[in-house]
Design a protein around this ligand. Structure first.
Ligand code: LLP
Length: 476
């Protein structure tokens, strides 16, 4: 069965989106909701903030991020991988200057994949040596910017990029006076297509992958890429990288990937023994999954870290190699679970389906512009009535947005109290990753604000877009 790394693709996999009727509709399953989410009776609170107060102060839709949840997940990763590992937060999941600061305070490294993400990190004074640059088509300008900033690694993805970097290395050489060994070398990793595609419960190992990233191991490009990097004295190969997918629950895909990377490392060191000292890192990429619904069962971070570390150690031992540092690049698993999106209910419609089934269409004041994941990946989400508790029976609901298309669905199937009413607030769980970062102004809706909540206080990390923001590109 083929699957998109981020979820099943439309039309390819018949996914059953029918959700389970919760035992208690007021319950907040700790697997799904932020660590600081509570409800005894009445409204939900987030890190001691009543969601009704947040909505009154900042308006809806509103993304509310539990700061302590984010920080504690950074710590979980740092503790789980320990001193022998490097944890790089993947900026693409969500980035703002405050997030950059939190990451620096928590001691994590940072992966960026564009000049925009890099510029934000540098502007927020993140230590350049702890930044790695990814991307399948880095421009000359992006590479120059990264080299000039002195970032810790550029993860090369194509022969063209090696050539561009070789040109930049030549410039550094000339600027340093052209003497032997006087210019600093550009630290690079090479992204290897290991022939593994993983998704949640399954992974596929193939000889070849029909996709754009990396240097194919099976096709011989990986060996040739290494040869070209090594041939350029201005480049220093410091690691091998692979990223096998996203929302992964099962370590066996990483096992195949690590096995293949270690095999390549062995071949490289056999040909170039001097590289044993410089290739210090095996980067297994990101992809650790999270629970979007109560039926999702991602492994705890420490269990995943233990598996990955054991796999690399075992593979290195078998290959007779010293164990390198293990790097990972979690995005979703750090920022995803601690954020909820609060929406106000605007209209409610009972739609009669075949077999006498009624589906309540609950329309909220956002939609696919602030969460495209349901429409794009067929992703599942969980929603609750957040502004009050209710003893009403469960009603089968679909939470839909205010955009002009029928695919504008945020939660495809969920149960909410049957007395759900216009003006109620509902909360959608686990919206911290790839919702704001993939948000748009479709139908000219402003992007919502994002607030951080901690210890009974809240502050805006990003304000709501204004009418002027929406007009700012017009040339009149
Ligand atoms: N490292 C690399 C090289 C990546 O390409 C990615 C994600 C990550 C790390 C972080 O993966 P994570 O730990 O967050 O799964 N928009 C999709 C996800 C696309 C992921 C792309 N690469 C979604 O909304 O599910």
């Amino acid at each position: 069965m083929r699957a998109h790394p981020a979820g099943p693709r439309h039309g390819e996999i018949p996914v059953d989106h029918t959700s389970v009727v919760p035992v208690d509709l007021n319950d907040l399953d700790p697997v799904v909701w932020p660590r600081g989410a509570r409800r005894t009776t009445g409204a939900m609170t987030l890190a001691g903030n009543d969601v009704r107060d947040l909505a009154a102060q900042y308006g809806t839709p509103l993304l509310a991020m539990d700061e302590q949840d984010f920080r504690s997940r950074c710590q979980d990763f740092a503790d789980a991988f320990g001193a022998a590992g490097d944890v790089h937060y993947a900026a693409k999941a969500f980035l703002s200057t405050h997030i950059v600061n939190w990451l620096a305070q928590e001691g994590l490294a940072l992966d960026v994949c564009s000049a925009g993400e890099l510029a934000l990190a540098l502007r927020a004074d993140f230590p350049p040596a702890k930044i790695a640059l990814h991307g399948s088509n880095k421009s000359q300008a992006e590479l120059e910017m990264a080299v000039d900033a002195g970032i810790g690694a550029i993860v090369v993805d194509s022969y063209d990029e090696i050539a561009r970097l070789a040109g930049i290395a030549e410039r550094l050489h000339l600027e340093s006076g052209g003497g032997n060994g006087s210019a600093r070398r550009i630290p690079v990793m090479i992204r290897i297509t290991v022939g593994v595609e993983a998704h949640t419960h399954e992974f596929i190992a193939t000889a070849h992958e029909d996709q754009k990233f990396g240097f194919s191991l099976a096709g011989g490009d990986a060996a040739e890429g290494v040869r070209r990097i090594v041939a350029c004295s201005g480049l220093e190969l410091i690691g091998l990288h692979s990223h096998i997918g996203s929302q992964i629950f099962d370590p066996s895909g990483f096992e195949v990937s690590a096995h293949r990377l270690v095999g390549l490392l062995k071949t490289i060191i056999k040909t170039h023994p001097d590289l044993a000292a410089s290739i210090t890192t095996l980067d297994l990429g990101g992809g650790l999954g999270i629970a979007y619904t109560s039926t999702d069962t991602p492994p705890p971070v420490d269990a995943m870290a233990k598996s990955l570390t054991e796999i690399v150690e075992r593979e290195c031992q078998a290959a007779g190699l010293a164990v390198p540092r293990i790097a990972v690049e979690p995005g979703r698993a750090i920022v995803g679970p601690g954020t909820v999106t609060l929406y106000e209910v605007g209209t409610i419609k009972d739609v009669h389906l075949d077999g006498g089934v009624v589906r309540k269409y609950v329309s909220i004041d956002g939609g696919m512009s602030d969460n495209i994941r349901t429409a794009l990946y067929d992703a599942d989400y969980t929603a609750v009535l957040a502004s009050r508790s209710s003893d009403a029976p469960a009603a089968r609901c679909r939470v839909v947005g205010k955009h002009c298309e029928s695919g504008d669905i945020v939660v495809r199937d969920c149960y909410l109290p049957a007395d759900i009413a216009v003006g109620d607030l509902i909360a959608v769980a686990a919206t911290g990753a790839y919702c704001y970062s993939m948000a748009s102004n479709y139908n000219r809706l402003p992007r919502p604000p994002l607030v951080a909540v901690i210890d009974g206080t809240s502050r805006q990390l990003l304000r709501r877009e204004t009418d002027d923001d929406l007009m700012r590109l017009e040339t009149w």
